[in-house]
Design a binder for this molecule. Structure first.
Ligand SMILES: C[S@@+](CC[C@H](N)C(=O)[O-])C[C@H]1O[C@@H](n2cnc3c(N)ncnc32)[C@H](O)[C@@H]1O
Ligand code: SF4
Length: 368
């Protein structure tokens, strides 16, 4: 695998502010300032220039460590992407009610909103989503559903993302039912804890779920350690693939690398230009580290990451996600395959037919 990247997707964090205080999130805990994230909003002019200078970018996840609707000009950012035919995905707690927010999602063809709603009642929801207003979330979801029906639009796909804890596992059936009534898809997820400030690693000790059978019914595994056997690859190291496939740009342009990273790991996309920033010597060294080709270097953020530490401990270095799964997941996310030009059409049709040709691997090599 080449150490340079030429991705079609990015994460760009619209804002690192949040109105909630989720106890296991570095944002909710107030530790974002401990490393390189800091608090701030993406400048719309920086966003526009980034997209204009890199027409190859076809999909952007406009959130990472914060709540995108905290951005004072979020509607402008959605419009800017839409005007440039860049497909957007958002992760949001969906708890901010303001006229025009939900309409902007529909009007600007946002592909998907991952809505973090870990409960089916105010009492349960607010145990993790501290400061959250469950009714506001439901009103927002209902508004999107109404608008989509009125305009005959299938987008945005609204995904009710339910992180399962001991305190909310009994509400999964009710949440599923509500999601269906609101025209939302429903996904459960395991909690993880990634806060470098408190030295925590993958296993989350906050209110761990008890009903393992329910977890296995809902998502086929009840712990990260069971995952590889079930889905055929280990999802945690595949986060490192973002260094190539979907690098994370902080609100101020700093390249963080992957969505787990709280440290600057490349250059600055707004100062150096995207391609230079995501391919400077540090981030290329980081890529070599996660492949096990170079020893850890203390000044490279990956050295502190629980995923890297686990790979180093086990000697099982990053193996790229199987290409069919990679392509499928990105098509599901942005509606666009990860390689451009006519090759993408060929690769897509092969994958539709469940066949992944070797030529596709060679093509990926060429464009990565
Ligand atoms: C840091 S949040 C930022 C986006 C938005 N504020 C939200 O909560 O959806 C990014 C993602 O992390 C998820 N998240 C928060 N706490 C988590 C936890 N303990 N384990 C796993 N994911 C978590 C959120 O649900 C969201 O999907
Ligand atoms: S809503 Fe999202 S960003 Fe805000 S504290 Fe919770 S998980 Fe973190």
């Amino acid at each position: 695998m080449k150490l340079k990247a030429r991705p079609r997707y990015l994460f760009v964090d619209a804002s690192t502010y949040c109105q909630l205080s989720c106890p296991v999130c570095p944002n909710g805990r107030g530790t974002l300032d401990d490393f390189d994230i800091k608090r701030g909003h993406l400048r719309p002019s920086d966003f526009r220039e980034l997209l204009d200078a890199n027409p190859r970018i076809a999909g952007v996840e406009l959130s990472n460590w914060g709540e995108p609707f905290m951005h004072p000009n979020i509607v402008e950012l959605l419009q800017d992407a839409h005007e440039r035919n860049v497909k957007l995905v958002l992760n949001s707690n969906l708890g901010l009610r303001k006229e025009g927010f939900m309409k902007a999602l529909v009007d600007n063809g946002v592909r998907k909103v991952m809505c973090s709603v870990d409960g089916a009642s105010q009492e349960t929801y607010e145990i993790y989503r501290v400061g959250g207003d469950f009714d506001a979330v439901i009103e927002n979801a209902a508004e999107v559903n109404e608008l989509k029906k009125k305009l005959g639009s299938e987008y945005p796909r609204m995904i009710w993302k339910f992180i399962v804890f001991a305190h909310n596992e009994h509400e999964i059936p009710k949440a599923k039912q509500m999601a269906q009534e609101l025209g939302m898809e429903f996904q459960v997820a395991l909690p993880i804890e990634t806060d470098l400030s408190v030295g925590k690693d993958i296993e989350c000790t906050f209110s761990p779920a008890n009903d393992k059978d329910q977890l296995r019914r809902e998502m086929r595994f009840a712990a990260m350690t069971e995952c590889e056997e079930v889905i055929g690859y280990d999802p945690m190291p595949s986060t490192c693939m973002q260094l190539w496939e979907q690098p994370v740009v902080n609100w101020n342009g700093d390249i963080l690398g992957c969505c787990s990273s709280q440290k600057k790991i490349g250059g600055n996309a707004f100062v150096d230009g995207l391609d230079k920033a995501i391919n400077n010597s540090d981030i290329r060294y980081a890529r070599a580290m996660v492949l096990g080709l170079k020893p850890p270097r203390e000044d490279i953020g990956c050295s502190d990451c629980y995923i890297y530490k686990e790979m180093a401990r086990s000697g099982r270095w990053l193996k790229p996600k199987p290409p069919d799964k990679l392509v499928r997941s990105y098509i599901d996310h942005f509606g666009i395959p990860p390689i451009d030009r006519s090759w993408s059409i060929r690769a897509y049709s092969y994958i539709q037919g469940n066949v992944v040709p070797w030529s596709y691997l060679i093509i990926r090599e060429k464009f990565s």
